[in-house]
Design a protein around this ligand. Structure first.
Ligand code: FAD
Length: 384
């Protein structure tokens, strides 16, 4: 097994593989991707019913790359023949990309620590397979492994939505769902089609929000499904707007949900927590500076301002208050990271990355997205 490489990428999801392909385009061959499970493992772990909300469409020949693609010239829609891939389907697309570009992926290696290497330079990784050293490291370990309940007290009594494998196995006729954004509304829709009654609690009223930024409102896919469920499903839904839940507690065989005003709502079944995923960087968190609860990345290349040579790719990326939380957003920096590493290795990047620039995978206009919904969601999670 290889213990050293010019570039080690931690995580073989879209963020890690996308950077790897851009590096490969610049002629970098000594690139190793390590993953505790394997290519697309997070997506393989999705329950069968989950689908990507962002639509895939084969618009590449007309200069608009499929929104879920991780390279300028591939398309999940074209490869999978579906608009909203399931996790398993999208993982199949990622494996096809890894295989086509002959990316070197070592599966079954978990990174448990990072530090500056000593005299040799670069960054040393502590892993389940011993020490490894990369001249550069790209942290792309995702967030799916870290479900979050924000500051909700008693969250351990509830059930996080990402842990539901089969809705038919949920016993009971009435359910309380905490969190009214994509995952909460998705849970509610599924339960309604099973004839269950749902109480949906949320700060604000996200199911009614209209905004020009697609991240600031329910995905059209979700909105269509909600309309269909409201019209035809046998279950019903009660929307509780402006009702952030701060605590869950067990009481006499039922559950009490205490809202921020101190009002108590009762649920006969285990409350479902749909407040998303943790905004942390996991074990790499200490290698980055933090400001106001968010990690800081260099504007030039999404590099740690604390550990030179450590880059970040993925949904935790933030610049100027904007969070690059979807694939079509964080892929906009794949070319930027590759360019910086290529420059430092004295490799040609301008011509090789032309397709990345043209397709919007090399965006250095950091005013591209402001006031992002993921930030709102983050706040929501912190105040549920
Ligand atoms: C239900 C649902 C629907 C979604 N819909 C959309 C959508 O429509 N559009 C969209 O753009 N995004 C969507 N997302 C978000 C999207 O899935 C994530 O943004 C994306 O997976 C992030 O990619 P990533 O490569 O950073 O992380 P991941 O895909 O999670 O990959 C990270 C990889 O790192 C590995 N890893 C983790 N820790 C370690 C470690 N310590 N050592 C070694 N390996 C490690 C994991 O095994 C994993 O393979 C959705 C998410 C969910 C849950």
């Amino acid at each position: 097994m290889k213990q050293e490489a010019d570039v080690i990428i931690v995580g073989a999801g879209p963020a890690g593989l996308g950077v790897a392909v851009a590096l490969r385009a610049c002629g970098m061959t000594d690139v190793l991707i390590v993953d505790s499970a394997g290519v697309g493992a997070s997506f393989d772990a999705w329950p069968d019913h989950m689908r990507l909300l962002t639509p895939s469409f084969f618009s590449n020949p007309f200069g608009i790359t499929d929104l879920n693609a991780i390279t300028p010239n591939t398309s999940p829609a074209e490869f999978l023949r579906t608009e909203h891939p399931t996790g398993a389907q999208y993982a199949r697309y990622l494996r096809a990309v890894a295989s086509y570009y002959k990316l070197c992926v070592d599966a079954g290696i978990t990174v448990t620590g990072l530090r500056r290497a000593g005299r040799e330079g670069g960054i040393e990784l502590k892993t389940s397979a011993g020490k490894m050293r990369g001249r550069f490291v790209v942290w792309a370990a995702g967030e799916f492994a870290q479900p979050s309940a924000g500051t909700l007290r008693g969250a351990e009594i509830g059930l996080h939505s990402s842990r539901i494998r089969d809705y038919k196995e949920l016993k009971g006729a009435e359910f309380a769902v905490i969190g009214g954004y994509e995952s909460g509304v998705d849970v509610a829709i599924r339960l309604m089609w099973l004839g269950k009654d749902v109480s949906l609690y949320s700060r604000g009223e996200p199911w009614r929000t209209h905004d020009l930024d697609p991240s600031l409102q329910l995905a059209p896919f979700t909105f269509d499904r909600l309309q269909a469920a409201l019209k035809d499903a046998s279950g019903c839904i009660r929307f509780h707007k402006d009702t952030g839940i701060s605590e869950i507690r067990a009481a006499d065989g039922a559950y009490e949900l205490v809202d921020e005003r101190g009002l108590v709502h009762v649920s006969a079944t285990r409350p479902i927590i749909a407040t998303g995923f943790s905004g942390s960087l996991g074990i790499a968190g200490g290698c980055f500076d933090w400001k106001e609860g968010a990690p800081v990345f260099s504007e030039e290349a999404d590099e740690s301002t604390r550990m030179e040579g450590l880059f970040y790719s993925g949904p935790q990326l933030r610049h100027r208050g904007a969070k690059f939380c979807f694939i079509y957003k964080f892929r906009a920096r794949f070319g930027i990271i590759a360019r910086e590493i290529a420059r430092r290795l004295d490799l040609e990047w301008e011509e090789p990355l032309k397709a990345w620039r043209k397709a919007g995978f090399m965006n250095d206009d950091l005013d591209c997205c402001t006031d992002c919904r993921c930030d709102v969601e983050h706040e929501e999670a912190a105040h549920v």
